[in-house]
Design a binder for this molecule. Structure first.
Ligand code: SD4
Length: 335
């Protein structure tokens, strides 16, 4: 069902073998976690290193919420990653605006949208959840809140991003393309999306998720995608499972995609079938649009079974638990 793109050998550079095997042999501080737990899964190839970071928390018996926050901060901090976090490409006016959300096992959630000058939107989203009575802060208000919470205000437009944006301005053609993940990210290319969505189940069996992105490169100023919207880019129900999405956010929002996937799992769908059904809804609603775009869903259920489905081939996701670290590609896609 899934093709293994890569089996990742655990090395000193990644999650430590000692941490993994001590868990596997029951030396962890948490006794008798259910088989297969803890587990963390996340979208795209960069999910591998993000999972490795999350695993440090999970293998030490930590909470899924802490694991997903720590995990997605890796791509957020990666200066070579132009689709998430601090080195994300700007909008058409040259502003780097970031979107992120987080959700825990109690149904608590927090989100920031179109936040500027703050490198780790996921951590701001977590503080919105924990320190305010609200779920979502946007734009200047989100930045103001972050600064009040001690985050450093920084110029996030890197020289490389600026160069790519200036190159793009020569034609200023904005057309989200379907599937850029395997193409070289070179200035002028219409590489414009790739979000990290991460779902984890900790040793206690509790589920949390996080999702963070710079959204569509060269988007309209103020454009917000699905990623910071609870129910669209991410949804967690600790009784059922969690889901996250990547791709053209507008189509995910129209179908409240991640919530839909979780609700389908509640009705008994497997994670993969739930993701497939959500993809089919998108296609049914806008068949002409859908054939030229990519949307992928990734889901995990309460038992730790996971699955994914995308409109187009090329979607990948990373899985990490005590037994394995894999990069998987769904064997099937709609097209
Ligand atoms: C958005 N869903 O802003 C995000 C982008 C993305 O893979 O996921 N790209 O619409």
């Amino acid at each position: 069902m899934y093709n293994r793109r890569k089996f990742i050998k655990i090395s000193a550079a990644g999650a430590s073998l000692a941490a993994l095997s001590s868990y596997a042999f029951g030396k962890s501080s948490i006794l008798n976690p259910p088989p297969g737990f803890p587990i963390v899964i996340s979208t795209w190839d960069f999910g591998i290193v993000a999972n490795q970071e999350a695993w440090k928390t999970l293998s030490a018996g930590g909470r899924a919420l802490d694991a997903v926050e720590a995990g997605v901060k890796i791509p957020e901090a990666d200066m070579k990653n132009h689709t998430v976090g601090r080195a994300g490409y700007p909008d058409r006016d040259g502003h780097v605006t970031l979107d992120a959300c987080i959700m825990d096992e109690f149904g608590n959630c927090g989100s920031v949208a179109a936040i500027e000058n703050i490198a780790h939107p996921i951590s701001v989203a977590r503080l919105v959840m924990e320190k305010t009575p609200h779920v979502m802060l946007v734009g200047d208000g989100a930045t103001q809140f972050a600064v009040e919470q001690g985050f450093k205000k920084e110029n996030l437009l890197t020289p490389e991003s600026e160069k790519a944006w200036k190159e793009w301005l020569k034609t200023a053609k904005y057309s989200p393309v379907m599937n850029i993940e395997n193409k070289q990210h070179a200035p002028g290319n219409q590489y414009n999306h790739d979000t990290i969505g991460m779902l984890a189940i900790d040793a206690k069996g509790n589920i949390s998720g996080a999702c963070t992105t710079s959204g569509m490169a060269f988007k309209l100023h103020g454009r917000v995608g699905d990623s910071p919207i609870i129910g669209a880019g991410l949804y967690v129900d600790n009784e059922v499972g969690g889901a996250t999405s990547t791709g053209v956010g507008e189509e995910v929002i129209r179908n409240v995609g991640s919530f839909l996937v979780v609700e389908l799992m509640r009705q008994g769908y497997s994670p993969e079938d739930a993701c497939k059904e959500a993809v089919k809804r998108i296609i049914k609603k806008k068949p002409q649009t859908a054939k030229d775009i990519q949307v992928g869903f990734l889901a995990i259920n309460k038992k730790g079974e996971y699955g994914a489905y995308a409109i187009q081939p090329g979607f990948s996701f990373a899985v990490c638990n005590a037994e394995k670290q894999d990069l998987l590609v769904p064997g099937k896609s709609f097209y």
